[in-house]
Ligand binder design. Structure first.
Ligand SMILES: C[S@@+](CC[C@H](N)C(=O)[O-])C[C@H]1O[C@@H](n2cnc3c(N)ncnc32)[C@H](O)[C@@H]1O
Length: 389
């Protein structure tokens, strides 16, 4: 661009740059119970930082670009928060004073609506509704009133009269990849599907069969793992509305991640007995950048064999069968039948079956070739039965 056509940098932009964009911040990445170790490893490997392990997640320090990168590329993360302030407060006057010290107008767009979520344990300020109202009022005043744009989320966490103020950088939880154009009866969360693929050691070089695929979550996550596609490339984030957001730098980051994409993965078969689920998946796949890697098929699992699918080398079979909660017909009897079928027709394949904790038959817990890993799914305690039969 011609130097003379450059827009002059305003005093406000200079303040945002000096106080927000060119500073280091502390970020907290939350995840589901049971996934913290995976998230810790993922952050260390891909961002090159040693994160600190905390309750419910990990934290790391860096500039905003590192947080953008984390949002685009973390498979096991739920949310990313930016820590804005930490202070002691035992009355509302002090809470409001410390809250006013945060330069909200540099963090959030003018007129943004905000949603405040507070928690308080062993605090003299215990009325979370009142905390939310007071903090919301301070932020509204700083931003000049509420506009029409999507609300930004602020969290206030109190413990023993010590409060942490944070800003949610992600918006919708990160398990929402915005890839599926269809819903299903009981989809598993993408973050958990990715973790189960990791537990069973899926690399993308081996075939994968998702024989009770429903909406195809395991198959779509597998195709992304295999093609090294960052899971956040197809969605938007709350931080894109912040004054500190720089589209060219963000695009550069996205293009770098897109360039990392690899060749097509080994065959992925997404099958289900429900013809409607397969019809919907067939409609979705052409919209996915790696959709051609997935073969949709209507089939009863108990009639499927690797030979009939043309799969000569063993790979991975992964599913979360009906729990009998949202879909009838699940339970430990089904788990036993699945393992019997897998033992007789899928010898040498690595398997992962996610079911409610109490549905793993005790005979399978004793099977030396299988391990059981705990996992929490939307308030339900799951166990993942993993191993080679
Ligand atoms: C809990 S859902 C799976 C959800 C899926 N993982 C997702 O993320 O959308 C269980 C699925 O198993 C399918 N199913 C149940 N019994 C089956 C069988 N014998 N053969 C094939 N599919 C079956 C159901 O139609 C349902 O779609």
């Amino acid at each position: 661009m011609d130097e003379t056509s450059k827009k002059p940098v305003s005093a406000f932009e200079k303040r945002v740059k000096r106080r927000i964009a060119s500073r280091q911040h502390t970020f907290y990445i939350s995840t589901a119970p049971g996934l913290i170790g995976r998230l810790e490893r993922e952050v260390a490997e891909t961002l090159g930082v040693i994160p600190e392990r905390l309750t419910g997640g990990v934290s790391f320090a860096g500039r905003l670009e590192r947080m953008w990168e984390a949002a685009l590329s973390r498979r096991f993360a739920n949310r990313i928060l930016v820590r804005l302030a930490e202070f002691s407060a035992s009355d509302f006057r002090r809470l409001e004073k410390r809250c006013r010290e945060v330069p909200w107008e540099l963090w959030l767009p003018e007129g943004a609506a905000v949603e405040v979520a507070a928690s308080a344990h062993h605090c003299r300020l215990y009325h979370t509704g009142a905390i939310e109202e007071r903090v919301g009022r301070v932020v509204d005043t700083a931003l000049g009133g509420r506009g029409q744009m999507a609300a930004q989320r602020i969290t206030v966490r109190g413990e023993n009269d010590r409060f942490t103020l944070s800003l949610d950088a992600t918006g919708d939880a990160l398990y929402k990849r915005d890839l599926k154009v269809h819903g299903g009866r009981a989809p598993i969360r993408e973050t958990l599907a990715a973790a189960i693929l990791d537990m069973v050691g899926y690399t993308g070089a081996e075939p994968l069969v998702d024989p009770m695929c429903g909406t195809g979550t395991f198959s779509i996550e597998a195709a992304m793992v295999a093609s090294h596609t960052a899971p956040g490339l197809f969605r938007s984030f709350a931080f894109e509305a912040w004054p500190s957001f720089r589209l060219p730098a963000f695009q550069h980051l996205r293009e770098g991640l897109l360039a990392k994409k690899m060749a097509a993965p080994a065959k992925i078969v997404a099958s289900d007995g429900d013809g409607e689920a397969i019809r919907r998946l067939k409609e979705t796949l052409p919209h996915l950048p790696f959709g051609e890697a997935i073969t949709p098929l209507q089939a009863d699992f108990f009639e499927l064999t690797p030979e009939a699918l043309g799969l000569k080398e063993p790979g991975v079979v992964v599913f979360n069968p009906p729990y009998g909660k949202r879909i009838a017909g699940g339970g430990s009897e089904l788990v036993l039948r699945l393992v019997e079928r897998l033992s007789s027709c899928w010898a040498g394949w690595r398997i992962a079956i996610a079911v409610p904790k109490n549905q793993i038959p005790s005979s399978l817990r004793k099977k030396s070739s299988l391990s059981v890993y705990p996992l929490a799914h939307g308030g339900l305690d799951l166990s993942v039965l993993c191993g080679t039969l």
